[in-house]
Design a binder for this molecule. Structure first.
Ligand SMILES: [Zn+2]
Ligand SMILES: [Zn+2]
Length: 331
């Protein structure tokens, strides 16, 4: 039913693509991250909470249809439905059914319930397309409750030492998780790029913890001893250095490995990810009952080999996904 083409993942009988990277007529989008939702499609189909994200990132005038989870639509005889992927708000696994044959394209996913995204739901299928961003046994996340406590404790110790707590996290997904973890423990200041995405979520009725937009350019003194959340692009920038009494923490799955290059420059690192860890990937794959697994991005070679060795038929496929949480580029 699927064909992996130079434009993206094609549903052959449906004639549409899932997360294509070149312009096509109909693109079914798993979630709003830039490597999965790109410019130039004639029409977009995605979860209703992803609609304002696409409008904010790609353009107000795009043709986009938003649907809820478990609300099937049929295109050329193929039934399309979206199921929670737990990755970021609005993220979806795409289930395709044609003449009784079922394929699920997961996009990016995680099994942990972050308290913001609709929790991941396993979907039975014949073929499953998976990511493998953290597909090595060394990646194994602490529970969300433990992660939240670690962030709160770090803020408390900074406050006791007269320091400003600066968190670095991806602006779509991670930043909102950090906000959620710190809800109620102090006023949260977020960078403009994060505030724009927060507004997109609030526009569809999602409630986020209270925040203010941090003005880094004017006078960073008002941030002194506060809590600030910034995107990775500001790491090592002039702006961040102007924040008084700054201690900065990087929140990324890559922080699980202490040798990560960025770790060395940070005051703290928290292994918090919106992707499944090793155990999560295997649990999700087993729960699908799929006879065939395609591995699209991340640790594709190692992970595919592991699946094959454990009796799950798997194949590595070449895609353009995976630029959102690279170890070197964006922490
Ligand atoms: Zn993603
Ligand atoms: Zn991805």
């Amino acid at each position: 039913m699927l064909q992996f083409t130079t434009k993206g993942i094609l549903c052959v009988p449906g004639g549409f693509y899932i997360d294509p990277w070149k312009p096509v007529d109909l693109a079914v989008i798993t979630h709003g991250h830039a490597d999965h939702a790109r410019w130039g499609m004639k029409k977009y189909l995605c979860h209703e909470h992803t609609v304002p994200i696409l409008q904010s990132r790609i353009g107000k005038d795009i043709a986009v249809q938003g649907i809820g989870y478990h609300q099937p639509v049929t295109v050329n005889g193929v039934q399309i439905s979206l199921h929670p992927a737990g990755h970021i708000i609005g993220s979806a696994q795409v289930r395709l059914e044609y003449k009784g044959y079922v394929v699920v394209i997961s996009g990016d996913y995680k099994l942990q319930d972050d308290g913001l995204s609709t929790p991941f739901e396993a979907v039975r299928c014949h073929e499953f397309v998976t990511e493998s961003t953290f597909g090595l046994p060394i990646y194994n996340w602490a529970s969300v409750a433990v992660q939240n406590e670690q962030l709160q404790q770090w803020v408390s110790s900074n406050q006791a030492n007269g320091k400003t707590s600066v968190f670095i996290g991806y602006s779509l997904g991670k930043a909102q998780r950090i906000m959620k973890a710190l809800e109620g423990i102090g006023p949260l200041q977020v960078h403009y790029s994060i505030a724009v995405l927060n507004q997109a979520y609030e526009s569809v009725g999602i409630r986020l913890p209270a925040y203010e937009t941090a003005d880094l350019k004017e006078d960073p003194k008002h941030l002194d001893k506060g809590i600030v959340i910034l995107p990775p692009s500001l790491l090592d920038s002039q702006l961040i250095r102007k924040i008084p009494n700054m201690a900065h923490a990087i929140c990324s799955g890559w922080m699980q490995v202490r040798g990560a290059r960025r770790w060395r420059s940070a005051d703290a690192g928290f292994a918090i990810s919106d992707h499944a860890d090793w155990g999560g990937l295997l649990e999700a794959i087993n729960a699908t009952g799929a006879q065939k697994v395609y591995v699209t991005h991340g640790q594709t070679a190692v992970f595919t080999r592991y699946l094959n060795e454990t009796g799950i038929e798997a194949e590595e496929v070449l895609t353009k996904f995976g630029a959102e949480e690279e170890p070197e580029e964006t922490v």
